[in-house]
Design a protein around this ligand. Structure first.
Ligand code: S3P
Length: 429
């Protein structure tokens, strides 16, 4: 049982500038795709979060040599290609590692078994297993091929054209990575465009990939072993963007943040709510847009968010809900049912936490309606449900409460953002 972490209400503005740590999504891709170059690849600014460490551990067990040149510069030596792991590979809490690796392992010439922690073991895997089987993959999984553990007997794969029923970058990426080993051209179409880091990294490494809005296709490719530099994570920056927007007199700069157009929904939504956000400087690095973001305190108003926007804010909805409590009027989120299948059931987690803090809200199967301009009540303990983003959102909610709160399981922040509290402290000193 973890200790209860106490958060005190804040009574000073956030000020100053901080460097935002490495993007989790891009770090995962840099390592897994880098390992498919059959060469040595340098990755700078690799994420220090536990999930990205799980990815490196898995690659190591598949015979890739990993060497840290500094705290966050990693060298992968994949000259000998991937080799069979002698043991079950534990993916920890990482859905991205699990789904991507299922695609990669399906096309290898060896046998693999993968498992995960309690939360990952509950998450749906049929979304990748089903289409991979259509490509000829030999995969078995618990609970009628829907849950971990998964075993994969690598085999010859054939390309398919697949219309994904959901806009999921993990599904798209698993199929693109399997497509690198398949005969023919694999085509994936999504209902709305999900984050496109996989496509960008594959293009940067000269893969045979074609991108046409929501349709991506790939063929067998020799990948170029170019160095990869990872920008800061906009999903981590989001917590500070919301905090600075709602804490009076705040004025902060978040440096080196990835500004990929499929990830900046949080900026669009906060701006629609009336936030004062300015992009100060931007450039392209390894196919990704990167820049600094200035955020100043502003009066927020409620907003309606519909399904088309959800993929670009999928990981930011918990912190948007906290922003909504401070806004004038109602904030409506719909079309976000997939949030129920993340590290926790995030719709239930958000709603139960905010209700404990006295917020008036209505939970829906695919979202919620939060009534804003609430004074948050303290004197309660919020649960994190083994979910890093719920833990960090609870922390920001705690700062806005009238009395201290407790957070049970705050240590889950380490999954994506072990530097979270240090960064916060830098803005309050
Ligand atoms: C991710 C994609 C999203 C997101 C997850 C990371 C990725 O999941 O929620 O945290 O790195 O591709 P889905 O693609 O399943 O929506």
């Amino acid at each position: 049982m973890s200790k209860i972490f106490k958060v005190n209400p804040i009574n000073i503005p956030l000020n100053g500038s901080i460097e935002i740590p490495s993007d989790k999504s891009i770090s995962h891709r840099a390592a897994m795709i880098g390992a498919l170059t059959n060469h040595t690849v340098q990755i700078s600014n690799y994420s220090q979060g536990a999930d990205c460490k799980s990815t490196l551990k898995i690659l190591q067990s598949l015979g890739v040599e990993i060497e840290y040149k500094s705290e966050n510069t990693v060298f992968l030596n994949a000259q000998n290609g991937l080799k069979e792991s002698k043991n079950i590979m534990n993916m920890g809490n990482s859905g991205t590692t699990t789904r991507f690796m299922t695609g990669i392992l399906a096309g290898q010439n060896f046998y693999s078994v993968i498992a995960g922690d309690e939360s990952l073991t509950k998450r749906p895997m049929a979304r990748v297993i089903k289409p991979l089987k259509l490509m000829g993959a030999q995969i078995w999984a618990r609970d009628s091929d829907t849950k971990l553990p998964i075993s994969v007997k690598g085999s010859e794969l054939n390309a398919i054209s697949y219309q994904s029923p959901i806009a999921s970058a993990q599904v798209k990426s698993a199929l693109l990575l399997a497509g690198l080993f398949a005969n023919g051209e694999t085509v994936i179409e999504e209902p709305f465009k999900s984050r496109d880091h996989t496509e960008r990294i594959l293009s940067y490494l000269d893969a045979n990939i074609k991108i046409n809005n929501n349709i991506v296709s790939i063929e067998k490719s020799a990948l170029a072993p170019k160095p990869i530099s990872v920008p800061g994570d906009i999903s981590s920056a989001a917590f500070f963007m919301v905090a600075a927007s709602v804490i009076k007199d705040s004025d902060i700069i978040l440096k080196n943040v990835g500004l990929n157009s499929t990830r900046i929904g949080i900026i669009d939504v906060l701006k629609q709510m009336g936030a004062d956000i300015t992009i100060l400087d931007n450039k392209f690095e390894c196919g990704e847009e990167v820049g600094d973001i200035q955020v100043k305190y502003a009066n927020l108003k409620g907003v309606k968010i519909t399904q088309d926007l959800i993929p670009s804010i999928i990981d930011e909805i918990p912190i948007i809900a906290v922003a909504a409590t401070q806004a004038e009027g109602a904030t409506i989120i719909e079309g976000a049912e997939d949030l129920r299948y993340k590290e926790s059931d995030r719709i239930a987690a958000i709603c139960s936490g905010l209700v404990k803090m006295g917020v008036e809200l209505e939970e829906k199967p695919d979202g919620f309606i939060v009534q804003g301009a609430n004074k948050l009540k303290g004197d309660c303990t919020l649960e994190t449900y083994h979910d890093h983003r719920i833990a960090m959102s609870a922390y920001i909610a705690g700062l806005l409460a009238n009395k201290p709160i407790g957070i049970n399981g705050f240590e889950w922040v380490n999954i994506s953002f072990p530097e979270f509290l240090d960064k916060f402290e830098q803005l309050t000193n």
